[in-house]
Structure formats: structure tokens, C-alpha cells
Design a protein around this ligand. Structure first.
Ligand code: NI
Length: 510
């Protein structure tokens, strides 16, 4: 047939249709248009949705003895969540202890190790394993913040282990918390009835592939459900939507005849977004809470590194101590510590605390530890018992009043101390294992190099926040130490919370 004949025929057809419809009955009693089930929608954007923003304490450990490189993030004010996240890292470390046959001890690295780069990296839990592992052997732990909305926060942790013969173990866990209540849940606890989501999920996929089938989606086989549950473990829940990835292993009877769907999937890996009413009945209470999470993250912002728990059995820790202040230079030191998420211990003189009360309050408010360095820097071993009591007692009263802290250790000026002095003080005397001798005014370069290169795990290092040279190099020193892998904590934290009695010079792991 060619075009010359087609047009008259179409015209005749139209006239016939008009005539016929004019004689047709008004309607068929009881007939209604087909009711399509409410379908989900397909999300093809490759980037994950904006997870929101929360201030985290970024962590890192790299240990060559057992061959592990781990990055994770702690959430300020969420101890149960942080314990759960740490447990994943601890399990990965323990696995490497078994594999390597070596004990685990936190270790620091040489200058320039690049370990200042910490915490989670976008895309690292979804990138191909080979990309994340790179040239590295052993175990690599990476993380990604997947949710920070309302009171809800979620972090996915991925553990990759290179096995001999090129095989890779690759497991991910997402841990969620309600920052308002402290409740913690993992991705396996969000869904009470995963199979309830299956029909809408498969229906959305088959329609996207062009199917107009009106048949209901049948239940999944056990194997299909297992694949689907794995996809649910990587689902994003927020703002009323569950966005579920489509794994390569997914099969369903309803997708069998649709050759196109697999090709489309490979070209643009789709995710399926489901909302009410498709999601109803499938979620646990915490799952419903995640689904409802909206708006900016309302969890506690970081109140200062000194308030945060740092696991010094897992990451290499050391303590910076700053003596003889506070002074007009002290705020510069505090700014650096705040910017580098680090804590320090300030051994203060009573007479200087009296003239800089606001600085004492700021030191305490930012989570740093305050210790007693006597009223006027007297050498205690040359004093009478009454004088020792007065030097330390007067100072302790003022520091406690200004800081609200217990002020539970002292540092004897010049390091002059004996058991008799410790007995009168009634608290531990904290000395040091690395002395920067910043009071001898070395060149800035020499001071910075010494302060960065010398410390080891559990070092207590002495500097002075009255020395202009130390103020000038402090940012470089803190960054340099973090780059070597150190977490900078208070003296108390170095000992896990309680400093042992007597005279101490370094932390417990040396
Ligand atoms: Ni001193």
C-alpha cells in the first residue's frame, strides 16, 4: 500500500467510527477503567542524595604490623553510636591480628605519613573494591555519612580485605542513631517485613522497562528475597522515601521476559524510590523514624575535642601539655586546638589564672584539662610542708572555681618533686617524656621539627603557652603530629580517664 490510497481509507474509517458511536449504548453497566497499582519511581542520578551535614570527630588508624588502614567518624555526644561504630573497626583489627599472627598495638608513623586525612569520604562505600583498595594489601576500612537529618544520623562502614589469589572480602554495615534518644540500630533492624516492599519494587522496575502487565507481582523465592534484603541494607531512608538500589544479581519472574530492563540497568544503574502507601507495614519503629527524618541535623554539635572519647587502645595517642599560663598568647593555642580537633592539658599558675580568668573558663569550656602548676612557680622540694600545701591548695581552689573541673593532677615546677611532695599534694604528679625546651628560644624551624619528630605513642610533651616561639609554630606542630597519625588527648584521656598515683612521665603504652 502506498500513501496515495491510505488517506481516503483513513477518512472513510473516521466517518464509520462517528456513525457507529452515535448508535452505541451509553455505557456498559459496571465497567470501570483499570485500576493501576500505585507505582514507585526510578532514580537514575548516580550521586547519592545529600546526606545532610553533621560535625563529626574524624578518626584514622594505620597499622603496618597487622596490615590495616581504617577511617571512621565519631558523632559528638553519641557514646552508644560511637561504641557500635568502633566495634566494627575493632572486629576488623582482630581479624587482622588472627591473620597476621601479630599482636595489635597503636603505632605512630614517620613525618609526612599523610594521616591527617581522616574520617569518611563520599563515594568510598559504593566505589568498586579495587578502586578503594588501590595498591594496598590487608584490610581497608572506609566510611560514608548516609544520613544527617532531624535527630537521625547514619554512617555506613565498609570493610575490604584483600585475600590471596586476588579475592576480596567486602562487607558493609550501616549504623543509625537517634541523637535525641541515643537509640542505635543497624541496617538489618530497619525492616520488619522486607517482602512487603517486593511487589512495588518489582512493579516499578517492570514498568520502567516498558511492561504494561496488569498481573500482580508474585512473592519472591528465598534466593530472590536474600538478594533484595541485601539491597535494602544499602537503601537510603529519609524525607518519606526509601531509595533502594538494584543489585546486578536481582531476578524476578515478572522481569524475565523483559530483555530491555537488564540493559537499561547496566547503562544507568537505577534505584527505586518507594513512598507511602507502598512502604506501610514494612518498617520497624526505628525504620519509620528514619523515614520521617527531615530538615537539618539537630544532634549535638562538637563541643570540643577534649569532651570526646578517643580510644587510645585503637589509635596512637599522646598528650600535649602547656605550662606556666594562662597568658595573652593562650587563645592562639586554643584556636589551633579547636581547628585541629585536638585536646591538651594546661598546667596553670594560680597568679596567671587570677589575671586571665576568662581564658581559664574558655580552656575548660572547650574540653581541655586543667592541672595545678602552683601559685607562683615555686620549686616545691625547697619548701616547708605548709608552704607546699598553700602553693597547691590556693591554686586548686581558684582553678576549680573558675573552670568547674576537678583539677586532679599537678605538675611540679622545674620537675622538682619527691614522694614527700606527692604525699602532701595527695594527687598524681605529672612530669613529661619529651621536653621541647621552648624556653631556650630555639629557631622556629628547630622547635617545630623537634616537637613533631620526637614524640612516640603515649608521650607526654612539654611546651609553654607563654612562649611566643611556641605560639608561632603551634599550628605546624599540631598538624605535623596529626599527620604522623597521633590523636592529641588530655593527660587523663591518655590513661583512659584516671591518672595513676605517684609520679608519671608518660602514658601507659610505652
Ligand atoms: Ni613551669
Amino acid at each position: 500500500m502506498n500513501g496515495r490510497h491510505r488517506r481516503p481509507l483513513l477518512a472513510v474509517g473516521a466517518v464509520l467510527t462517528l456513525l457507529l458511536s452515535a448508535c452505541a449504548p451509553d455505557s456498559v453497566a459496571g465497567w470501570e477503567p483499570r485500576q493501576w497499582s500505585v507505582s514507585g519511581s526510578i532514580v537514575r542520578s548516580p550521586a547519592p542524595t545529600d546526606p545532610g551535614h553533621a560535625s563529626t570527630l574524624d578518626m584514622r588508624l594505620q597499622n603496618d604490623d597487622v596490615d590495616i588502614d581504617a577511617r571512621w567518624a565519631s558523632l559528638p555526644g553519641a557514646p552508644a553510636f560511637n561504641t557500635a561504630v568502633e566495634a566494627v573497626v575493632r572486629a576488623a583489627v582482630q581479624e587482622q591480628v588472627v591473620v597476621s599472627g601479630r599482636p595489635y598495638r597503636p603505632t605512630a608513623h614517620p613525618v609526612g605519613a599523610g594521616l591527617g586525612e581522616r574520617g569518611c569520604a563520599p563515594g568510598s562505600t559504593t566505589a568498586p573494591a579495587a578502586e578503594v583498595l588501590g595498591e594496598r594489601t590487608g584490610t581497608v576500612v572506609v566510611c560514608e555519612i548516609v544520613l544527617a537529618r532531624g535527630a537521625m544520623f547514619g554512617e555506613r562502614i565498609r570493610v575490604l580485605t584483600a585475600r590471596s589469589g586476588g579475592a576480596v572480602d567486602d562487607t558493609s554495615t550501616t549504623i543509625y542513631t537517634d541523637a535525641a534518644t541515643g537509640t542505635v540500630a543497624t541496617d538489618t533492624q530497619l525492616f520488619t517485613d522486607p517482602a512487603a516492599l517486593w511487589p512495588a519494587y518489582i512493579d516499578t522496575l517492570r514498568r520502567d522497562a516498558g511492561s504494561v502487565s496488569p498481573l500482580p507481582v508474585g512473592p519472591p523465592t528465598d534466593a530472590q528475597l536474600a538478594v533484595f534484603e541485601d539491597a535494602l541494607a544499602h537503601a537510603e531512608l529519609a524525607a518519606g522515601e526509601i531509595v533502594i538500589p538494584v543489585p546486578a544479581e536481582l531476578t524476578a519472574r515478572e522481569l524475565d521476559g523483559l530483555a530491555a530492563w537488564r540493559e537499561r540497568s547496566l547503562e544507568h544503574p537505577p534505584r527505586v524510590a518507594l513512598r507511602e502507601p507502598q512502604t506501610s507495614g514494612a518498617l520497624s519503629p526505628v525504620g519509620e523514624e528514619l523515614l520521617a527524618a527531615e530538615g537539618v541535623f539537630t544532634g549535638q554539635p562538637s563541643a570540643g575535642a577534649g569532651f570526646e572519647h578517643v580510644p587510645c587502645d585503637l589509635v596512637p595517642c599522646m598528650a600535649l601539655t602547656l605550662d606556666d599560663g594562662p597568658s595573652s598568647l593562650t587563645p592562639q593555642f586554643l584556636d589551633v586546638l579547636r581547628d585541629e580537633h585536638s585536646a591538651a592539658t594546661f598546667y596553670m599558675l594560680g597568679q596567671n589564672a587570677q589575671s586571665h580568668p576568662d581564658t581559664v573558663r574558655r580552656v575548660a569550656a572547650e574540653g581541655h584539662e586543667i592541672g595545678n602548676h602552683t601559685w607562683d612557680h615555686s620549686y616545691l622540694t625547697g619548701l616547708t610542708d605548709a608552704q607546699i600545701g598553700s602553693e597547691l591548695g590556693q591554686t586548686a581552689v581558684l582553678l576549680r572555681e573558675l573552670s568547674g573541673q576537678a583539677v586532679s593532677t599537678f605538675r611540679p615546677p622545674g620537675g622538682y618533686v619527691n614522694d614527700h611532695v606527692v604525699g602532701i599534694a595527695g594527687q598524681p604528679a605529672v612530669l613529661w617524656s619529651v621536653d621541647t625546651r621552648d624556653w631556650e628560644h630555639p629557631s622556629d624551624d628547630d622547635l617545630a621539627r623537634y616537637a613533631i619528630e620526637t614524640p612516640d605513642v603515649s608521650t607526654i610533651m612539654l611546651m609553654h603557652d607563654i612562649q611566643a616561639g611556641s605560639a608561632r609554630v603551634f599550628a605546624e606542630v599540631v598538624a605535623g603530629l596529626r599527620d604522623r597519625g597521633f590523636s592529641l588527648v588530655t593527660v587523663e584521656a591518655l590513661f583512659g580517664g584516671t591518672v595513676p598515683g605517684g609520679i608519671v612521665r608518660h602514658g601507659p603504652l610505652v
